[in-house]
Design a protein around this ligand. Structure first.
Ligand code: 6PG
Length: 468
């Protein structure tokens, strides 16, 4: 019985696919799910020569695993993770390993590490990205925490991970909750880029009246050059899909009220705590929230009507600028997320190597894109780079594309199309490259009404002025 290498609790599609991926790499695997159908599906979906067995009994599950046991939880974040841990712990031995593979909130991971350490159980959080297909054929995985425990399981994770240039998209990232933190920021970047793509779509379709066919074609083309990425690729596919029932394009039939599970919001909330500016990710969270106010938006659309403004550029000129503007904004979104990781790593003593983060994001995950290799190189040139905007190569590419970003935003403003991702990306860039910002005025105002004092550029000390 005790011959299974790895166990997963939670046999939803992710859990099942991850185990089937392991089975493909010759590991014997076991799964636990209270739903009998899900538990039996594991063996049914596995190949006849593979050892993959699901059960609904925690006792049986634990007894199937080789000691010291390795168990991954793939259950929804929050209480379900704590309940799964509570039900497993009495059945486990000292030295066993529990891995949380879900999108857990990183302070929860810190708490669980401490609680389980007392019981002699190794615990580490590992963000997993790539959705159902990634889990089945090669995800990107972001482990942090107990390094010794990770090292023991490294062969399993390296075998099942996505590969880029033969290198697995998994590596130990850092102490404590580093794995969940990096995955959280991954998702924040994911929100930012998805918002950016939706703005491209809105500007072209609603603002300029481009046909669906032209949009499909454009995204397919974009996926061939420096914008090649998973999210651009799937956008081209999504825009083509017709609804089986009506024969219409499915995307046009989907409600415009976006949902979210929380990782983007956590990224923004924590960035505020760390004073790490990520305005485009914040805007992406805001726009999903704004989309929920459907009734108000419908009413406002009737009252706050358009004043149409003509434009003079040709479609080809617009598309050329838009492609460059997208590149510019996309880089600024990654820059914000990666800078947040740089700050968080110092604050929480994660010891992150951002070259490794860029490396394992090159494949398998939702934000994989060819530009990640450029970021990896930037961090290889300077491991302590606080912001990729400061890298000479990346900086040059932004200087070369900034005019297009300005032109696209002007066009969107004229057309009344909301483009907060583009606008905040440019605002971030312009503020970041300002030798002197206008915050001297804010300091003066604070001192005026609150005697909050200010510092001067011509002498040291703290000053207060009677302003009137
Ligand atoms: C991934 C995804 C995955 C999940 C998101 C969706 O990396 O594979 O990010 O983790 O699909 O959590 O997040 P929202 O429901 O918040 O959009």
């Amino acid at each position: 019985m005790e011959n299974h290498d790895f166990g997963v609790v939670g046999l939803g599609v992710m859990g099942r696919n991850l185990l089937l991926n392991m089975a493909d790499h010759k590991f014997a695997v076991a799964g636990l799910d209270l739903d009998a159908e899900k538990a039996s599906a594991l063996a049914t979906e596995a190949k006849p020569d593979q050892d993959a067995k699901g059960t609904t009994s925690a006792e049986e599950f634990v007894s199937m695993l080789r000691k010291p046991r390795a168990i991954m939880l793939l259950v929804p974040a929050g209480k379900p993770v704590d309940s799964a841990i509570a039900s497993l712990v009495p059945l486990l031995d000292k030295g066993d390993i529990i891995i949380d593979g879900g999108n857990s909130y990183f302070p929860d991971t810190n708490r669980r590490i401490a609680e389980l350490e007392e019981k002699g159980i190794h615990f580490f959080g590992m963000g997993i990205s790539g959705g159902e297909k990634g889990a089945r054929f090669g995800p990107s995985m972001m482990p942090g925490g107990d390094k010794q425990a990770y090292e023991r399981l490294r062969p399993v994770f390296e075998a099942i991970a996505a590969k880029v240039d033969g290198e697995p998209c998994v590596t130990y990232l850092g102490a404590g909750s580093a794995g969940n933190y990096v995955k959280m920021v991954h998702n924040g970047i994911e929100y930012g880029i998805m918002q950016l793509i939706s703005e491209v779509y809105d500007l072209l379709k609603r603002g300029l009246g481009f046909s669906d066919e032209k949009l499909q074609q454009m995204f397919a083309e974009w996926n061939e050059g420096e914008l090649k990425s998973f999210l651009i690729e799937i956008t081209g596919i999504v825009l083509k899909k017709t609804d089986d029932e009506t024969g219409k394009l499915l995307v046009n039939l989907i409600s415009d009220q976006a949902k979210a599970k929380g990782t983007g919001k956590w990224t923004s909330q924590n960035a505020m705590d760390l004073q790490a500016p990520i305005p485009t990710i914040d805007a992406a969270v805001n726009m999903r929230d704004l989309s929920k106010y459907k009734e108000e938006r419908v009413e406002a659309s009737k009252k706050l009507t358009d004043t149409p403004t003509a434009h003079t550029s040709s479609d080809d000129e617009i598309l050329k600028s838009l492609k460059e503007a997208y590149y510019f904004a996309m880089i600024n979104i990654y820059a914000q997320g990666l800078a947040q990781l740089h700050i968080a790593s110092k604050e929480y003593n994660y010891g992150l190597k951002l070259e490794d983060v860029a490396k394992i994001w090159r494949g398998g995950c939702i934000i994989r894109a060819v530009c990640l290799e450029d970021f990896r190189k930037a961090y290889a040139r300077n491991a302590d780079l606080p912001n990729i905007l400061l890298d000479d190569e990346i900086g040059k590419s932004l200087v070369a594309t900034q005019t297009s970003a300005r032109n696209v935003i002007k066009l969107a403003i004229d057309k009344g199309i909301p483009t907060p991702a583009f606008a905040t990306a440019l605002g971030y860039y312009d503020a970041y490259r300002s030798e002197r910002m206008a915050t001297n005025l804010i300091q003066a105002q604070r001192d005026y009404f609150g005697a909050h004092t200010y510092e001067r550029i011509d002498k040291t000390g703290t000053f207060h002025t009677k302003w009137d």
